[in-house]
Design a binder for this molecule. Structure first.
Ligand SMILES: [Fe+2]
Length: 345
């Protein structure tokens, strides 16, 4: 067999490969590891070991300093001692896992205690993993590597979601009369979900739904989108595709699973006259029904080129009437207004 030959094109690609690789490695994110330990020997041992792996290591002696450091810049991983002056490692872990902004940062408890009870307490506090003292470098590297890889995937997922939400906002910005609608909708749909006592995952889905429900309008041409009303039959047909287009864009992201029905079914009506599926009453999943109520209220309270803004009382009367005539979920409309009353009380 003759040896492989290098063509001019592939040679050129090879000669250009080095600077590209250098550029890529310069852009690569260096993981930031926070070590929380009041024992200076353990602290410096961990720092030395982790720095040999190329990590950016920050060390602090207690939970209070850790909190300052975390707020200053989120670490990619936290390794914390259990028993420290002030707050314990369990308390620090529990607090970070309860905060949506920090709960995805992997937290490893370093314990000198082989006691099963202590490990259980750590699991209850939400720790992602444990390291036993004395620390062995192989074990430390294996744990840290695998948790940082996991964190990288979570970050990518979060980035993909925020790109989609930004796209949702850019769709909104094509219609200057709807400015701020997505943020308001995200907020009030999540509030209604909370008022109804839904779980955290559903509330997060409602908030995301506020940004993503009209994402499919990205495929609707400007001349149709900006016309607002008096669409021809053909133009309506294009407009009515936006829930399906939006659902198709978001479907590959498993983390948006609960948001998909919101995107697909936010234009259904209780009497079956909505689109795209013509669902009736309880056939329409709960989350899109909730978003709808918040959406309609915001639309009624906002001025558009073809209509003035209604007062709160006018909006309430209109929505109750529309709910009775078969457009919206009557019970949810009631709940929405009782929530607004409670909030101003
Ligand atoms: Fe829509």
């Amino acid at each position: 067999m003759s040896p492989p030959t290098t063509s001019r094109a592939s040679l050129s690609a090879l000669t250009h490969a080095a600077p590209v690789t250098a550029e890529a490695s310069a852009l690569r994110h260096v993981p930031r590891v926070l070590v929380v330990d009041d024992n200076p020997d353990t602290m410096s041992l961990m720092q030395e070991l982790l720095e040999t792996q190329g990590y950016n290591v920050v060390t602090v002696a207690d939970a209070a300093q850790a909190e300052i450091e975390i707020r200053r810049e989120f670490p990619d991983l936290i390794l914390s001692d259990v028993i420290m002056p002030g707050k314990s490692g369990y308390e620090l872990c529990r607090e970070l896992k309860a905060d949506p902004a920090t709960r995805l940062i992997p937290f490893v408890l370093i314990t000198g205690l082989a006691d099963r009870e202590d490990k259980l307490r750590g699991i209850e506090a939400g720790a992602d993993d444990f390291l036993n003292k004395p620390i062995f470098s192989e074990e430390l590297f294996a744990r840290v590597n695998s948790l940082l890889r996991l964190k990288e995937f979570t970050d990518e997922l979060e980035n993909a979601e925020s790109v989609l939400c930004t796209l949702g906002l850019s769709v909104e910005s094509r219609d200057p009369y709807t400015e701020g609608h997505c943020e308001r909708l995200a907020e009030s749909a999540a509030n209604l979900g909370r008022h109804l006592g839904l779980d955290e995952a559903s509330i997060v889905a409602l908030r995301r739904g506020g940004y993503l429900h009209d994402l499919g309008k990205i495929a609707v041409p400007d001349e149709i989108l900006k016309k607002g009303s008096n669409l021809t039959q053909e133009e309506w047909a294009v407009m009515k595709l936006h829930p399906i287009t939006g659902e198709n864009i978001c479907r590959p992201l498993k983390s948006l699973r609960l948001v998909l029905p919101i995107i697909r079914n936010h234009h259904e009506h209780s009497d079956g006259s909505g689109y795209p599926d013509g669902l009736r009453k309880n056939e329409i999943p709960l989350l899109p029904r909730i978003l709808q109520v918040a959406d309609v209220y915001d639309a009624l309270r906002t001025a558009r080129p073809y209509k003035p803004a209604l007062s709160h009382e006018q909006a309430a009367l209109t929505m109750q009437g529309e709910a009775q005539s078969g457009l919206w979920d009557e019970d949810l409309v009631k709940e929405f207004f009782s929530m607004l009353l409670q909030r101003v009380a």
